[in-house]
Design a protein around this ligand. Structure first.
Ligand code: PMV
Length: 351
């Protein structure tokens, strides 16, 4: 083809799971379906520069690339991206014809305890798909986004939920007919307006790197004594969320979302070896959030990732009151008083 060299750029968001993905089979196939809110402010911007290499410089095993992260050449990021390229190569054979420069930056601080793998892998997968589209211009938009999510998933499971849409389901579920284990889809059912601009204030309890990588965590679900019950619970929770989204039933939403966060952590606490990723301030914040909900009637709740930070979720109409609460009562539990204000966003964007 005529494509020699060029450059493509995408911006992709992070996401926060409401129904958690924890446990996988071969090839990044999830053990249970998961569902997330796409975030708006926490995102990665990636530019992929590509140059065609001559036939005799084409290496069938590996892709040649450099990584520049926030203006600095980063050797330490290369292994993760190298293994991403290796995993997607069987589906993107054309990559061998090029050498690449991956130029990336995050909108959130690198050491904030906010994982950048979802937004980072999604942005890179979308760049790869833009290159593919320039080689195969006839591809449909539907194929473009499904394959982008498919590739992102191979980089990091949850990244498949950061490609398209403001609420995304990944993993087959009996009540969501178009859902797939191979890629995320925009949540296709009716959703009350209250969830369309839901707020997520991330209370940064611990900005250090994760104690347990998610790869290790997923693996510990193999042979976990409660695995099957957990996978069933995730499926049931997703079923129960459907009418809650439809009716704008925030009380049911809260019950399911908080239960999911505590289940995720209880899986880590009951695996072999076991992990405890909550910190004293995580628990203090959970109790403060419960107290606030009890006293004010504001339907604020929490969720957690595989770490100590607390995501506080609430409808947009309470933003002012909740941010006052954060400043007056919660910042003392945050590392250096830091928190991030985010909300449901619209998904990735080509730049
Ligand atoms: O995408 P991974 O493999 O890093 O796994 C993410 C796991 C959780 O963040 C804990 C849950 C989720 O569904 O995002």
């Amino acid at each position: 083809t005529a494509v020699e060299n060029g450059s493509v750029s995408w911006e992709a968001p992070s996401n926060i799971a409401l129904v958690k993905y924890w446990g996988k089979k071969e090839n990044q196939i999830p053990a249970n379906p998961s569902l997330s809110f796409t975030l708006k402010n926490c995102k990665t911007t990636t530019k992929l520069n590509y140059v065609k290499v001559s036939e005799d410089h084409q290496n069938s095993e590996e892709i040649n690339f450099e990584v520049v992260f926030e203006g600095v050449k980063k050797e330490s990021f290369k292994p993760k991206i190298a293994s991403f390229f290796k995993r997607i190569l069987p589906y993107c054979a054309y990559l061998k014809q090029f050498s690449f420069e991956v130029v990336s930056e995050n909108s959130f601080p690198h050491s904030s305890g906010i994982a950048s793998s979802a937004s980072g892998m999604s942005a890179l997968a979308l760049c790869v798909m833009s290159l593919e589209k320039s080689l195969f211009p006839e591809m449909s938009e539907d194929f473009f986004y499904k394959k982008a999510s498919f590739l992102a998933r191979l980089g990091s499971g949850s990244a498949g939920r950061s490609v398209k849409g403001s609420m995304v389901v990944w993993g087959e579920h009996k009540d969501i007919l178009l859902s797939s284990d191979y890629y995320g889809i925009e949540y296709p059912l009716k959703t009350d307006a209250v969830f369309k601009d839901y707020q997520d204030t991330v209370l940064l309890v611990d900005k250090g790197i994760k104690q347990v990588s998610s790869t290790v965590g997923h693996d510990l679900m193999h042979g976990h004594p409660f695995a099957e019950a957990r996978f069933k619970q995730a499926n049931d929770h997703l079923s129960e969320l459907i009418p809650a989204f439809e009716k704008g039933d925030i009380q049911s939403f809260i019950k399911i979302v908080e239960s999911e966060a505590l289940s995720l952590h209880s899986m880590m606490m009951s695996s072999d070896p076991y992990f405890l990723l909550m910190k004293p301030n995580t628990l203090a914040l959970i109790h403060k959030i419960w107290e606030k909900r009890e006293e004010s009637g504001i339907p604020v709740c929490f969720t957690l990732d595989a770490g100590a930070n607390v995501h506080m979720l609430y409808p947009a109409e309470y933003k002012k009151e909740i941010l006052e609460f954060v400043k007056n009562e919660l910042v003392v539990y945050c590392e250096n008083g830091h928190y991030i204000c985010d909300e449901v966003g619209e998904g990735s964007k080509m730049l």
